[in-house]
Ligand binder design. Structure first.
Ligand SMILES: [Zn+2]
Length: 311
């Protein structure tokens, strides 16, 4: 009996300790770290002023620029595979732009992750008969809504989800869909068009600034580093790399982003070791000499770095 009581006491103590840990972790939200920067919400260009342009990259692969994430397209005799779709109000312009190159059906729409500048047009593209593919976590998050928003309409949800690599064969192209470690979000995937030798990395790779680590949607610094390393393993010297945002690049630019990520991690780790709070680290401006090149949205990078180093 005594033994049982001791066991019970031990279990209660352990449960209390676990709750306390969870309590500490929940004490500070990702948003509260972002709020330290006190930056205004970024204003988007009004959709009616946005030009959607189609660019040929290599082989069957094109990309569409506009407002939001870069859209990838494999266009060929079997139809169209589309990667991401920006925002719903741009869908008509997106269709019109695709129609300047092809009248084929969009057969598959692949979402690189859950953010609305990449999945915002899902409903419109699905209404034209495309099947939506994405990481399982994208579907789960769309079903519940992200950042306090209501759930997406059911027709916008992926109908085929996966946690492991998947391959499509269309347009004489092997299209590898490869989950990344949780980097920008916990639903990131890469899409590698093997014959065209084009790799679309979604928002794990952007040429517009530091990595954007959306901790609120499962993003992590460790996954960002591992994800960029994975991209470098996949890409050859001639591979064209399409970022989620920014310009078509090569593995050189991916290496640069990985290097600056590791550099900032090392700098912040030193300050954490000195016992500085997040506010003190931000005030110390440890990235000041790097911010001219990489500094867009430090509020979406430094919290991710700090959280990974301290939890
Ligand atoms: Zn994103």
């Amino acid at each position: 009996m005594t033994n049982n009581r001791q066991l019970l006491l031990l279990l209660v103590l352990m449960a209390t300790a676990v709750c306390a840990r969870v309590g500490i972790a929940q004490e500070r939200s990702y948003e509260s770290y972002q709020a330290v920067f006190n930056l205004p919400e970024r204003e988007r260009a009004p959709f009616e002023t946005v030009d959607v342009e189609i660019h040929h990259v290599a082989g069957s692969f094109y990309y569409l620029s506009g407002e939001g994430g870069n859209i990838g397209l494999s266009i060929g005799e079997d139809g169209i595979i589309m990667v991401d779709d920006q925002f719903a109000p741009l869908s008509e312009k997106i269709f019109a732009s695709i129609r300047t190159v092809s009248d084929a059906d969009i057969r598959f729409l692949i979402n690189t992750h859950v953010h609305d500048d990449h999945v915002g047009g899902n409903l419109q593209i699905a209404a034209h008969g495309a099947e939506i593919l994405a990481h399982e976590n994208v579907r789960t998050r769309m079903m519940h809504g992200i950042r306090g928003n209501p759930p997406s309409p059911k027709l916008a949800w992926p109908v085929l989800t996966f946690l492991e690599p998947v391959t499509l064969y269309l347009n004489n192209e092997e299209v590898q869909i490869i989950p990344s470690p949780p980097a920008h979000t916990d639903g990131d995937i890469y899409v590698f068009f093997i014959e065209s030798n084009v790799l679309h990395l979604g928002d794990v790779f952007r040429t517009t600034g530091y990595p954007n680590i959306d901790v609120g949607n499962g993003g992590t610094l460790a996954g960002t580093i591992a994800g960029l390393e994975l991209a470098l393993e996949l890409a050859g010297p001639e591979t064209k790399i399409v970022p989620g945002h920014g310009v078509v690049s090569s593995r050189t630019e991916v290496q640069e982003l990985l290097d600056v990520t590791l550099e900032v991690k090392a700098r912040v780790a030193l300050l954490v070791e000195q016992g500085m709070s997040f506010e003190e680290i931000v005030a110390a401006k440890p990235t000041a000499d790097l911010d001219d090149r990489w500094g867009s949205r430090l509020d979406r990078f430094l919290p991710g770095v700090y959280i990974d180093l301290t939890q």
